[in-house]
Ligand binder design. Structure first.
Ligand SMILES: NC(=O)c1ccc[n+]([C@@H]2O[C@H](COP(=O)([O-])OP(=O)(O)OC[C@H]3O[C@@H](n4cnc5c(N)ncnc54)[C@H](OP(=O)(O)O)[C@@H]3O)[C@@H](O)[C@H]2O)c1
Length: 184
């Protein structure tokens, strides 16, 4: 196992959706408090891990090491378009092998989506920061984990050995708060 701490971040609608029916993150899910919380967490991470459509597009993005999940490689490859990025297919290599290729042995690996990527790490999160915007409704949207909405994100995190601890209010006017789910 790696010495990396594995930490997830997502913001979801009342139904547990991270994007709309067109698989796009709508402006209604973007809150200044959550975006600042997310950006400062990524600034502290050793590496960020995501799928092709989940690039975070923040001012500091070019500085960050990243591991991008894709089936376009057999196992692991350098990204020809980004010297700081490793392309990783979990069917052909372990996460430890991908992080070694990225040159990261310690610190935090920030898992930032989308749903398949979040699902892949459900048994490995040390902490999962689940932000909820309870007044945003995306009933036909893209769920944050495989298995939502049949189960809530909270029920899935519980089923995978995590429990809710600290809560921070990120936007009081819209009742947006983030809960840290930690492994027992
Ligand atoms: N609300 C939030 O906090 C939040 C968080 C994350 C994302 N989002 C939003 O969610 C949407 C993106 O969702 P998405 O489903 O398209 O996610 P994504 O993160 O882009 O993941 C899909 C990509 O990951 C790769 N992938 C998927 N399964 C894989 C597997 N088993 N092995 C290897 N690679 C695999 C595929 O790349 P290849 O096609 O290259 O194989 C695929 O294109 C965007 O609108 C994004 O903004 C929102």
């Amino acid at each position: 196992m790696s010495a990396l701490s594995i930490v997830g971040y997502v913001i979801v609608s009342a139904e547990g959706m991270l994007a709309d029916a067109a698989n796009t993150m709508p402006p209604e899910l973007k809150f200044k408090g959550d975006q600042e919380f997310f950006a400062s967490a990524l600034d502290r991470a050793a590496v960020i891990v995501h799928g092709r459509n989940s690039y975070e597009d923040q001012p500091n993005s070019p500085q960050r090491k990243r591991i991008i999940l894709t089936r376009s490689v057999k196992a692991i490859a350098s990204d020809p378009t980004n010297a700081k990025a490793t392309l990783w297919n979990p069917a052909g290599a372990t996460f430890e092998e991908a992080s070694a290729h990225a040159g990261v042995q310690s610190g935090t690996a920030a898992i930032i989506g989308g749903p398949v990527v979040f699902g892949l790490f459900l048994d490995r999160y040390d902490t999962f920061w689940l932000s909820v915007a309870p007044h945003v409704h995306l009933p036909d949207g893209e769920p944050c984990f495989p298995g939502v909405p049949q189960q809530t994100p909270q029920a899935l995190l519980t089923a995978h050995g995590l429990y809710a601890t600290d809560v921070k209010i990120l936007d009081a006017a819209h009742d947006v708060r983030v809960t840290a789910w930690r492994r027992r």
